[in-house]
Design a protein around this ligand. Structure first.
Ligand SMILES: Cc1ncc(COP(=O)(O)O)c(C=O)c1O
Length: 427
């Protein structure tokens, strides 16, 4: 792995209050933000406007797969922007075709559609499913409890969490939730209107819960038997985060029959562009032409600029073997988190996940958290920020570690010792 960390520029201003003021006056307050204004970053570190350095173990919620200010991304942006930033999808462009081929090569025979975000990539899956079932009057998609699929109207209908739906009723019709990792429940939930089942390979927002191999193989069989599409959301757990390109490839490695498994379609976004917005879905060959000319489109889908960045990211991940890094260093991180669970059972109760998608579940009653009405996950995230580490809360009880794929062993060590310091102070 190359040392890509440039020296950050000196800090000249601490304008936190004025930034907050700008937001208070001008930005829709739809996000619960932390009291932190970030200014710049390098590798796995970011700096706030006062110059304080943080180890970024959240990487923009699994987005900055090459860390911050990676020179290869800068170069791809600069070089492609000198040639062509955007043209309409009324025309062909080479980067989009090449990126589709790179994705197909890594999953299996099929085709890709490009979008701008995870929610939009998933919208493509819903439309694909509806088109598939249209002539038979089938339209219903089963999704999992605790899943997360994005914030568009169909996205919140697909998401198996009440909190994202509240206040936006009536819900977009055609979605029903089933318990995750429960094959019998899936079988029992199928109605004459059902057309597809959609799951995350590893539930992210829901608290870092991997699908079991039996569930994946069982769903495949069930979908074949009932003529349903098996759809997977790889927006957060994809792009080598688990140590393989897609989470199902990691979950099913060395599992008998696993080598033949493929979903019918799979969405991706986040790390695909390393911070430059791009989403996509891949669809298996037999269904790849269902969305014919005029049926689906988006202005910014697969621009030459976005695709050039995504192509460069594939190149760096491959040449620097960052998949192996996510797997090996991820295993080390998980072992360390498990050690913390054993050492401080009053504070942390479970460590789980794969590769660089790890969740640390907090104990129910941490005395130091009792006086605040904020969730344990938020309070822990706050304390870690004070100690100089950024993590991402998931639900009320879990914090997520989703570091850049090029996190270094020494940085992983720095993260664990700071996390331990905070946990120890709460024990
Ligand atoms: C699994 C999953 N699907 C979809 C989305 C939505 O992606 P976006 O925020 O890019 O719309 C997310 C975002 O966190 C996600 O984790």
């Amino acid at each position: 792995m190359k040392d890509i960390v440039p020296t950050p520029p000196p800090i000249v201003r601490n304008d936190y209050e004025s930034i907050r003021e700008l937001f208070a006056k001008n930005v829709v307050p739809s996000y619960g933000r932390f009291d932190l204004a970030l200014s710049h970053g390098a590798g796995s570190h970011v700096f706030d406007v006062a110059g304080k350095r943080y180890l970024d173990l959240g990487s923009g919620i699994a987005v900055c797969c090459l860390g911050h200010a990676h020179p290869a991304i800068t170069e791809a942006l600069v070089e492609q922007s000198k040639k062509l930033i955007h043209v309409s999808n009324l025309y062909f462009t080479e980067p989009q075709g090449r990126l589709a081929a790179e994705i197909v090569k890594r999953i299996g025979a099929g085709k890709c559609f490009f979008a701008n975000s995870g929610a939009e990539a998933n919208e493509g899956l819903y439309k694909l499913a509806r088109k598939f079932g249209h002539d038979e009057g089938r339209f219903e998609i089963l999704t999992a409890t605790n899943s997360f699929h994005g914030r568009t109207l169909a996205g919140i209908a697909a998401t198996g969490q009440e909190k994202v739906k509240k206040g936006f009723e009536p819900a977009t019709p055609g979605f029903r939730h089933i318990p995750f990792n429960d094959l019998e429940a899936a079988r029992n939930a199928i109605s004459p209107a059902t057309v597809a089942i959609l799951i995350e390979g590893v539930q992210g927002e829901g608290g870092v819960t991997p699908a079991t191999p039996e569930y994946l193989l069982g769903l495949r069989q069930l979908c074949d038997e009932k003529k349903l599409l098996l759809l997977m959301d790889g927006v957060q757990c994809g792009h080598y985060r688990t140590g393989k390109f897609q989470s199902f490839q990691r979950i099913l490695e060395n599992v008998p029959g696993g080598e033949k498994f493929l979903p019918d379609a799979l969405s991706m976004a986040k790390s695909l562009g390393g911070g430059f917005p791009i989403g996509a879905f891949w669809v298996r060959a037999p269904f790849a032409d269902l969305l014919g000319p005029g049926t689906h489109a988006t202005t910014f889908g697969g621009t030459p600029l976005a695709c050039a960045v995504a192509l460069k990211i594939f190149e760096v991940i491959e040449s620097e073997k960052l998949d192996e890094n996510a797997r090996k260093l991820g295993e080390w991180l998980k072992r360390e988190l498990e050690r913390l669970v054993k050492t401080y059972p009053g504070v942390v109760k479970n460590a789980r996940g794969l590769g660089f998608m790890l969740g640390l579940e907090l104990a129910e009653k941490i005395p130091a958290f009792a006086t605040s009405d904020k969730s344990a996950a938020i309070q822990m995230t706050n304390r870690l920020q004070q100690a100089g580490v950024l993590v991402i809360p998931a639900g009320t009880q879990v914090i997520r570690l989703l570091p850049s794929l090029n996190l270094k062993p020494q940085e992983a060590g720095e993260g664990i010792s700071k996390i331990e310091e905070v946990i120890k102070s709460l024990a």
